[in-house]
Design a binder for this molecule. Structure first.
Ligand SMILES: Nc1nc2c(ncn2[C@@H]2O[C@H](COP(=O)(O)OP(=O)(O)OP(=O)(O)O)[C@@H](O)[C@H]2O)c(=O)[nH]1
Ligand SMILES: [Mg+2]
Length: 383
């Protein structure tokens, strides 16, 4: 009996020792994995893209994919179709709502039925719905929403020909109907995108407006260096998530919509877009986690800015601007306003950009990559 006990004890000692050994081995393996992961991260260049909603962050990501990534293969381009239709549906929904303001009516019975159908389905297809789905608030699958969007062009085609709808569309860009660049672009090319064989082109993908929900990350390897690029959602309610990505980033790109100098925020009609950018830039550059981080300032939508400067006065929304109302003076003023908000001595690189322009962005991205390589060498003490 005594012996049995002894044998039993011996066995249990062996088992304990084996499980201890196993635990040590597992712990070593986890340590090893963590070290590998840390080393990988240390070697990785992390680029965080910040800026207000609609300033061009995701369009920049698309350009990165175009020049250094998979260039949007056909199978994936097909998946962009519902998003193109979303832009069209948003535009039509606003055009129809605007008819009430104008006292216009849809003339044909067919058109009336289509408008009713659009109004009925719209709550299931709009951006708020997408947000709810992404946040898991509704259990119904996203596929339903995409299918609704894909089925809609036939309804919208019937509406497009109606004289009342045409009258409303003619007042676009006059209060209260404001269509975005993307909406105008797709409405102008309506026949093409409604064709059953329609496959979005690269230009369509660059033009379309799909506000980012949450965070998107993209990993790229360029000249044997690994890059992790992080694109966040820019609308005000989403900005509290930015801080989670501040620690350890190699550099930040801050996007500004230059054409926002006389626009209000999409999500807050009391806040001037450019003033909001200035304020956000100031807060971001003074954040304790980013004091040593280099910042690239992208003054984007230069094309729209040039157009706008022909028609509007910067001093109307920025009375502190005392220069001539020329693009050069205005741009100089805007740049100074940003520089003056950064902490003294902060490294700032500025690019004036048009994120939908493929050739221009190729050059700008090459420049950005060179800057990132230099920053990385400096950080790792090799320069
Ligand atoms: N004309 C013009 N349009 C641009 C430019 N940059 C971006 N856009 C358009 O502006 C819209 C918004 O661009 P996004 O890249 O989605 O903006 P974002 O900063 O990612 O916005 P959020 O995801 O809401 O934070 C899209 O329809 C783009 O095609 C530009 O330089 N010129
Ligand atoms: Mg985005």
């Amino acid at each position: 009996m005594k012996n049995m006990k002894k044998i039993g004890k011996q066995k249990s000692d062996d088992v304990t020792q084996m499980s201890r050994k196993g635990a040590i081995a597992r712990s070593r393996s986890i340590d090893h994995q963590l070290n590998e992961e840390r080393e990988k991260r240390e070697k990785e260049i992390q680029l965080l893209i910040l800026g207000g909603g609609g300033s061009g962050k995701t369009t920049f990501m698309k350009q990165l994919r175009l020049h250094y990534g998979d260039k949007f293969p056909d199978e994936e381009r097909r998946l962009w179709r519902p998003h193109v239709f979303q832009n069209v549906v948003d535009a039509f929904h606003r055009i129809i709502s605007n008819m009430e303001v104008l006292g216009e009516e849809i003339k044909s019975d067919e058109g009336k039925a289509s408008a009713q159908e659009l109004n009925r389905l719209y709550p299931k297809m709009c951006y708020q719905r997408l947000l709810a789905l992404e946040n898991g608030i509704h259990a119904s699958p996203k596929k339903n929403r995409d299918q609704l969007l894909l089925d809609l062009p036939s309804e919208v085609i019937k509406l497009q020909k109606d004289p009342g709808v045409k009258a409303s569309y003619a007042t676009r860009n006059r209060y209260p109907l404001r269509l975005s660049e993307a909406e105008e672009y797709f409405l102008n090319d309506f026949e093409r995108i409604c064709a059953p064989s329609y496959l979005p082109t690269i230009k369509d993908i660059l033009f379309l407006r799909k506000p980012t929900v949450g965070v998107q990350e993209m990993c790229l390897t360029i000249n044997s260096l690994n890059y992790r690029v992080i694109d966040v959602a820019g609308q005000k309610s989403q900005r509290n998530k930015w801080i989670h990505f501040f620690e350890g980033v190699t550099a930040v790109i801050f996007f500004v919509s230059l054409s926002g100098f006389n626009e209000m925020l999409e999500e807050d009609s009391t806040m001037n877009n450019l003033r909001d950018s200035l304020q956000t830039f100031q807060e971001m550059t003074h954040n304790q986690y980013l004091t040593k981080t280099d910042v690239m300032l992208f003054l984007n939508k230069h094309d729209l800015f040039m157009e706008k400067m022909k028609r509007f006065r910067l001093a109307e929304t920025f009375p502190e601007f005392r220069g001539h109302n020329t693009p050069d003076d205005a741009l100089g003023f805007i740049k100074d306003e940003f520089y003056r908000r950064a902490p003294p001595g902060k490294s700032l690189y500025t690019h004036v950009s048009c994120a939908i322009n493929v050739d221009l962005m190729k050059t700008i991205i090459e420049n950005v990559l060179q800057i990132l390589v230099d920053i990385n060498l400096r950080r790792t003490g090799l320069m």
